[in-house]
Write a protein that binds this ligand. Structure first.
Ligand code: ZN
Length: 88
């Protein structure tokens, strides 16, 4: 059975047989590892930067505050603007 990669954002599917190397078939794709804790890693595949960005943007409100603090200086203005929209 061939392995398949599915874009986590747009659903595009790329199959490859065992003879083909993933690096050939997945040229241009991006894989994100989400480290969720001890022994828990989730991987997401994206066919393009556009798809990665769309997905990442959708995740932003769910990112814990602790994580955001690491970027506080860089993103301060942007975050405050976003926050105003989300909170009632
Ligand atoms: Zn895609």
């Amino acid at each position: 059975m061939p392995k398949a990669f599915i874009c986590h954002s747009c659903g595009e599917r790329v199959e490859f047989s065992p003879e083909k190397r993933p690096c050939e078939v997945l040229s241009g794709w991006l894989t994100v590892s989400h480290w969720k804790g001890l022994g828990a890693v989730e991987q997401y595949n994206f066919c393009s930067f556009t798809c990665l960005k769309r997905w990442a943007d959708a995740q932003v409100p769910k990112i814990p505050e602790v994580f955001l603090k690491a970027f506080e200086r860089k993103r301060d203005k942007k975050r405050k603007a976003t926050r105003g929209k989300i909170q009632p």
